[in-house]
Write a protein that binds this ligand. Sequence first.
Ligand SMILES: Nc1ncnc2c1ncn2[C@@H]1O[C@H](/C=C/CNC(=O)c2cc([N+](=O)[O-])cc(O)c2O)[C@@H](O)[C@H]1O
Ligand SMILES: [Mg+2]
Length: 214
Amino acid sequence: TQSTRPQRLLSAVQKNATRGDPRSVVQAIDQFCRHKEWAMNVGDEKGCILDSVVSEINPATVLELGTYCGYSTVRIASLLPPHAKLITLEFNPNYASIARQVIAWAGLEDKVQLVEGASGDWIPKMKEQFGVKTFDLVFLDHWKDRYLPDTKLIEECGLLTKGSVLLADNVICPGTPDYLEYIRSSPQYESQYFKSHLEYTKVEDGLEKSVFLG
Ligand SMILES: Nc1ncnc2c1ncn2[C@@H]1O[C@H](/C=C/CNC(=O)c2cc([N+](=O)[O-])cc(O)c2O)[C@@H](O)[C@H]1O
Ligand SMILES: [Mg+2]
C-alpha cells in the first residue's frame, strides 16, 4: 500500500536523525521538506522566531493546538526547563501516531503529553484532566478557522493569566483574518507581528505574538 507523506517524513527522521538529539530531528524534517516533499511544519525560518519566544518566556506550561507530525512540538519541548510540560492536541489518529514516533525519536516523551482529540472538547478539560491552572504559552497552528473560537474558549476556561502568551502561526498565509482582527483590537492583549515566510518558500507569512494583560 502507498505510504503517506507523514509516514515518509517519519522515515526520513529515522534514517537521518540521531535518536535523542532533537536538533537533528528538526534538521532531518527541514531537509526532507525543503528538498523532497513540502509539509506544513512551522519550518526553520519561523521556527527560529518560535525558539526565541519560547526561550524568552521560559514556560512551565505550554499548550500546542495542532501537533501534525510533531515538528514544532520537538522544537518547543527541546527548549523547556526541567519539569516543564507541553500538552499538544491532535485529532487525526494517523498524524498523532506519526507525531508520537517523532517525539520519541527526539527523546522528548517525558516533556510532552500528546492528547488525541479535538481542541474544542479538550480545552475545557485541561484543569480537571491535567491539573493545569494556566498556560504560560499557547502555540496555535491548527485549522485556521479554529484560532478565534479556541482563543475565546481558552479565555472562558480561565486558562490565561497576566503575562500568558499566545503565538499564532500563519496569520498571513493561509491567514487567520478573524483572529487577527480580534486579538489586535482587544484591550486585553498586546500584540506584535513577526514578519517571515511561509515554511520552505518565499511567500510572506508571519507569527503573531499576543501577551494577555489580565
Ligand atoms: N480542532 C482541532 N483539534 C485538534 N487538532 C486539530 C484541530 N484542527 C486541526 N487539527 C490538526 O492540526 C493540524 C492542522 C493544521 C492546519 N494547518 C494548515 O492548514 C497550514 C497550511 C499551510 N499552507 O497551506 O501553506 C501552512 C501552515 O503552516 C499550516 O499550518 C492537523 O494535524 C489537524 O489534524
Ligand atoms: Mg502552520
